[in-house]
Design a protein around this ligand. Sequence first.
Ligand code: PGA
Length: 254
Amino acid sequence: MSAARRILIAGNWKMNGLQADGVALASAVADKLKAAGDAAFDMLVCPPYTIIGAVAGAASGSGLAVGAQDCHIAEKGAHTGDISTAMLADAGCSFIIVGHSERRTDHGESDGDVKAKAEAVNAAGLKAVICIGETEAERDSGDTLNVVKTQIAGSVPDDATAENTVVAYEPVWAIGTGRTPTNDEVQEVHAFIRSELAAKLGQDTADGVRLLYGGSMNPGNASELLALADVDGGLIGGASLKADDFWAIAESCP
Ligand code: PGA
């Protein structure tokens, strides 16, 4: 973590939570954040679409940001079942996750799709959290850096800025498994991501972009991960569904 980059602790609730659960969870986190006063970190929760409005209401005035987990690239139109960035902004979102590995796998999203979504997010004045990461087979065959390089080249908009873009490195094999890379492996990939962003966007931008680690981050491993030089926060799935665990992760910021 660098002093110039504020840590971002982001919760990806995935397909979990009815209205009452989501409001209770967001309210508990919002209360802790308010009680903490001048927190040295930013916090974000990304609930399912159906409860974004209710969660945004619960988070209002606390500093807790609200985001979505995906979006469509068009502003409106004949796209049955889809949701636009303008609608998400209207519902209270300031961030949108794009290219999560579950979207890439379950919905066949390509790097090009992810880049178009990130561009749509930025065009709506919102911040994109762009997810990348290798599979276990790719890690085992020594391909991690190549995979990440291709994903950055293909998924990150060419005019991305430090203000409108966050990159989340999430090894697919670490998501929801309780397994994580070693601290050295995480730092190696994060430093590599920053150098690739520098080549693409310039050093100043790369130095300002927040790089989140995601994949089985929990209160037990967060302090070591968040202390790594190029880790500027976490994208947290399972452990973000319990206010105490999510808060404990935030409190482990260096
Ligand atoms: P996990 O999920 O923390 O449950 O591993 C992280 C993610 O998929 O964003």
